[in-house]
Design a protein around this ligand. Structure first.
Ligand code: PEP
Length: 242
């Protein structure tokens, strides 16, 4: 399975941040890693700009969220069709920050994922337990319920990102064994061919170990995706398409 290394810029990035994309492309063009997919999900304000500027490059762009509807009276929201229109290839849905800050339920995430598919794009559906849930031994129960509720029934391509909430932006990561166990669990509950990303404090120093784990088909990277100097070694740490 071809690995996918995806960067989630969250609410970071201005027009000038295009310099980081240029730098990343320069680094990538030296090594032409055609055996992996590279994706950056900048703020919605930058998707059109980046996708147009770099349409011929080996890097794709995506959204961080979308509304479930195609259009209408939803002030401040954007639709998957709008992201598709400006050249996005993927949309992250159900990130734990959206679930926490905007009260997004599994049903809402499922509707968004369906909207992404409707627009002809690939959803990256995020799941993951909190620290309290892991400590209580409920990680698999929680993730299992999120998968059941958030994944649309489809034959189209899906990407699932396992992102333990307590590992996001904290510098903490599960043990390699815990990641392997959870990815094995998720593999058994997702359609054949689903790429499973790990997310949560992936850095240049731990990327190779994490990306070599069975059933880890890439990474969703937050903080370390903002700088080409950090993101490039993570992209290159993925084993080639397998
Ligand atoms: C994320 O927000 O998806 C994420 C994984 O963040 P970080 O890499 O900063 O932990």
């Amino acid at each position: 399975m071809k690995p996918l290394i995806a960067g989630n810029w969250k609410m970071n990035g201005l027009s000038a941040s295009i310099a980081e994309i240029q730098s990343l492309i320069e680094k990538l063009s030296g090594s032409a890693p055609e055996d992996r997919d590279v994706l950056i999900c900048p703020p919605a304000t930058l998707v059109a700009h980046f996708a147009k500027e770099f349409s011929d490059e080996a890097i794709q762009f995506g959204g961080q969220d979308c509304h479930e509807n195609e259009g209408g009276a939803h002030t401040g929201d954007i639709s998957a069709e709008m992201l598709a229109d400006v050249g996005a290839g993927y949309v992250i849905v159900g990130h734990s920050e959206r679930r926490a800050d905007h009260g997004e339920t599994d049903a809402a995430v499922n509707a968004k994922a369906q909207a992404v598919l409707r627009a002809g794009l690939t959803p990256i559906i995020c799941v993951g337990e909190t620290e309290a849930e892991r400590k209580a031994g409920e990680a698999e129960t929680v993730v299992g319920a999120q998968l059941k509720g958030s994944l649309p029934s489809t034959e189209s391509e899906l990407v699932v990102a396992y992102e333990p909430v307590w590992a996001i932006g904290t510098g903490l990561t599960p043990t390699l064994e815990d990641i392997e166990d959870m990815h094995g669990f998720i593999r058994a509950k997702t359609p054949t061919g689903t790429r499973l990303l790990y997310g949560g404090s992936v850095k240049p120093g731990n990327a190779k170990d994490i990306l070599s784990i069975d059933n880890v088909n890439g990474a969703l990277v937050g903080g370390a995706s903002l700088k080409a100097d950090d993101f490039y070694p993570i992209v290159m740490a993925a084993p080639g398409g397998r």
